[in-house]
Structures are given as C-alpha cells and as structure tokens.
Design a protein around this ligand. Sequence first.
Ligand code: DC
Length: 222
Amino acid sequence: MPHLKPVGKKVIAIDGPAGSGKSTVARAVAARLGMPYLDTGAMYRAVAFAAMRRGVDPEDAADVAKLTVDLSLKVTDRVLVDGVDATIEVRSPEVTRAVSVVAANPGVRRELVRRQREWAEVNGSGVVEGRDIGTVVFPEAPVKIYMTASDEERAQRRSQEMLDMHYDDVAADIARRDHIDSTRPVAPLAIAPDAVVVDTTTSTVDEVVELVLRLAGEAGLV
Ligand code: DC
C-alpha cells in the first residue's frame, strides 16, 4: 500500500488483542494530553454493522469492500453509520461475531487505513488504537505500545462489559477472534519491532497511562 506522507509523526499508536485494556488507556492518554482519539476497531465494527443492516453477507468480500468505499462513517465518542447512531449496536454479540471476517477483508482494510491516515493528517496528532496501527497504518509513529494480558484476565474484563454473555462464551469468542486477527494474511495483529510491550494482567490503568505519558514526553510529543 503506498504510504506517501508520514502523517503519523505525532501519533501515539496503541495495539493489542481484545481485553488488553487498550481502549481505557488510549482514552485516558488522549484526555491527559488534550489529543484526539481514534478507535479503529469501531470502524471495522461499523462496516460489519452496515453489511448486516443492508443484508450483505459479511463473508462476501467483494460486496463488503464495495460498501465500505461508499460508507458514510463518523467515529468520535459515538459511532455514526450512514447518519444512524450505532454506538450501542456495534458492540453487540452479532457484530462482534461478524467483525473478524470483515477485518480480514483486504478491500475493507485498504479503505479504512486510508481514512485513518486522513484522520491523522486532518488532526495533526492523536492517540490511535487498533491491531495494526504501529505496524501498518503509522509505522513512523514515535510512540508505539503493544498491550497484552493473560487470556483469563482478558476474558474476565470482556465478560464484565458483555453482561448478556456467559464467561465461557466470551472466552471462546476472544480466542476465536485472536486466532483470526493474528493469522490473517493482511495486517495481522503483530508486535511492531520498535513497540514497547506492556503486560496489563497485574498493572493498574494509572500505571500504564503514566508509562505512555512518559514515553510521549521522551518522544517530544508533549
Ligand atoms: O478492538 P475491537 O474488538 O473493537 O476490534 C474489532 C475487530 O476489528 C477485531 O476483530 C480486530 C479488528 N481490528 C483490526 O483488524 N484492525 C484494527 N486496526 C482494529 C480492529
């Protein structure tokens, strides 16, 4: 994919699997630094939601890629898909089940990565979280964090968010998504060689936030 302008020079990239604590940390860091925040997972979820809403099979790669290019999508603290507020729906078990196959679609990724770079260019700086932010979207980001936690801890955290799902189902769903996300041919979940790996199994949110703020300071972002 051509990457002509290094628009990520002021980006803090936070990657990691589901339940690693990235969203909580990314939001807190953005608030502390007064930087905009982008949840790229919400963008993939929005595409899965749009496909389901329009009766397009999420497995139909060509149709889903086509839909993505035309999709009106706004991700802030709300998720607006074609002008409809889908903030709650994009977190539903149905969307969560369909999203990995949508995120493995190269046409979808091409379009969403293009929009993510455009977002960074327009905003000038930001905290961006996802799976491929430090590896593919902004390889030039001066701060890259890869957050992780034990499988049990991640499933535990997610099951507290998904109150209508059983722990065992949440754990199985996370394991399934981890597998698809890290084995897909295009932009798999991976640790960038220059990323700082943070295991959040036993650390508090505040500790991780302070670490990221220190790294941002050292990189001259603050
Ligand atoms: O972080 P999340 O659970 O909301 O992400 C939803 C899905 O999107 C997940 O299966 C991984 C995928 N994703 C991705 O492939 N690349 C990103 N940059 C962000 C999320």
